[in-house]
Design a protein around this ligand. Structure first.
Ligand code: FAD
Length: 372
């Protein structure tokens, strides 16, 4: 498909909106349909952090994330220009820190893994860490500075993407799509025609097309949003994350003394309830890193569903002629939004998606995931 077309995007999270904005800007006639569910994008920390999150065995994800990270500054600049809104892009980087011996061993493994991949990291002593971030607790003994990782305010970015998409001509409609077929989407009993439908419905994407059944699973994550009261020490200036007694926790600062603390990770179906245990663990781990948090106001506790795939890489490309998919971004939807929108436009223009995200991978073609 190379000529300009009528594109219907199912899902108005960060992926659907990024695709809609870029496609409308490129001249496609774009309609976005959203069911108004709690999007993972509304819950996310907003870290754009492929390096601090690097995991052995996920080298393709690190490559893809790094490529997308490179695009973020330009993407954010154009977004601000097209929308007239802020994204609060932060450039201070990340500190990965450790409190006990086992956590320090995890930190050393991360440093070695990154060094083996030629990535820049700097080891920091407790004194160096506290000089840069005075609010860190006395239990924090060692850390790594990861420069270059970015962060955005997820909610500001979503509002900016919607405004930019509207300014580029995209139309928005509320409602739940029941099924997607070549040339049409079925919306509350009505059939809406289009040339191309793009499935970007996050964790619900698997319900919309046979080619996705069983391939997208919801991965629940709980987060807390806090605000430093006037009497409390302000949040750190950069993202601070760490294993704390083996559990991952991150603290992402927001403007106006805000702080996002995340995140738990569970396979719990479509459950969006916040558990007492989740809140307890997040607060306890965050307090080890940032003792002053006990004086913060707890503003929100909420859960979202990451769209997971078998290899933690997204699916971007044709499911069949007229039906495109852009989902499965798991814990990296914000990070991967620029490269995803670019890949969808390339596919619309007749090119193949990058092999790492091709929906054909790890799949037997009959709507079932293969056992690889
Ligand atoms: C706790 C947590 C922390 C995270 N932190 C980060 C982070 O720091 N950095 C990062 O890059 N990523 C992070 N993520 C991951 C990121 O949030 C997701 O990868 C991303 O939001 C997925 O975007 P999406 O647009 O595919 O799906 P969503 O944001 O879930 O949006 C899907 C949309 O589709 C709509 N929809 C669903 N079904 C239908 C239907 N049938 N018809 C019409 N509309 C429908 C919904 O209403 C929703 O608006 C985090 C996720 C969680 C849960």
């Amino acid at each position: 498909m190379s000529e300009l077309s009528a594109v219907t995007v199912v899902g108005g999270g960060v992926i659907g909106l990024a695709v809609a904005w870029r496609a409308a800007r490129a001249g496609h006639r774009v309609r976005v349909i959203d069911a108004g569910e709690r999007a993972a994008s509304w819950v996310a920390g907003g870290m754009l952090a492929p390096v601090a999150e690097a995991t052995p065995g996920e080298e393709e994800l690190l490559e893809l994330g790094s490529e997308s990270l490179l695009r973020w500054p330009g993407f954010a600049e154009e977004l601000v220009r097209d929308s007239g809104r802020a994204t609060a892009l932060r450039t201070e980087g990340t500190f990965v820190v450790a409190v006990d011996e086992a956590d320090r061993a995890d930190l050393d493994r991360l440093a070695e893994h990154l060094a083996s991949l030629g990535r820049e990291v700097t080891r920091l002593s407790a004194r160096e860490l506290r000089r840069a971030e005075p609010s860190l607790g006395p239990g924090v003994r060692r850390g790594l500075a990861v420069p270059g990782d970015l962060a955005v305010d997820n909610r500001l970015a979503l509002a900016a993407l919607r405004s930019a998409a509207e300014a580029a001509g995209a139309e928005f409609r509320d409602g739940r799509v029941r099924a997607v077929r070549p040339g049409a989407v079925e919306l509350d009993g009505e059939e809406l025609r289009c040339d191309v439908a793009v499935i970007a419905a996050g964790a619900r994407s698997g319900e919309l097309h046979d080619g996705l059944r069983g391939r997208i699973r919801p991965v629940k994550g709980e987060v807390l949003r806090l605000r430093a009261r006037r009497s409390a020490l302000p949040p750190p200036t950069r993202t601070v994350r760490g294993p704390v007694h083996g559990r991952q926790v991150y603290l992402v600062p927001r403007d106006d003394r805000g702080l996002v603390v995340g995140a738990t990770q569970h396979d719990a179906g479509f459950d969006l309830g916040v558990t007492a245990g989740g809140v307890r663990d997040l607060l306890a781990d965050a307090e080890r890193l940032l003792p002053g948090i006990a004086e913060y106001e707890l503003v929100e506790a909420l859960a979202g569903l990451r769209p997971g795939t078998h290899d933690n890489l997204p699916l971007i490309g044709w499911l069949e002629p007229g039906v495109l998919v852009a989902t499965g971004h798991h814990r990296n939807g914000f990070l991967l939004a620029p490269i995803t929108a670019e890949a969808v436009l390339a596919v619309l223009a007749g090119q193949r998606p990058p092999a790492a995200v091709d929906p054909e991978r790890g799949h037997d073609g009959g709507g079932r995931p293969c056992k690889c």
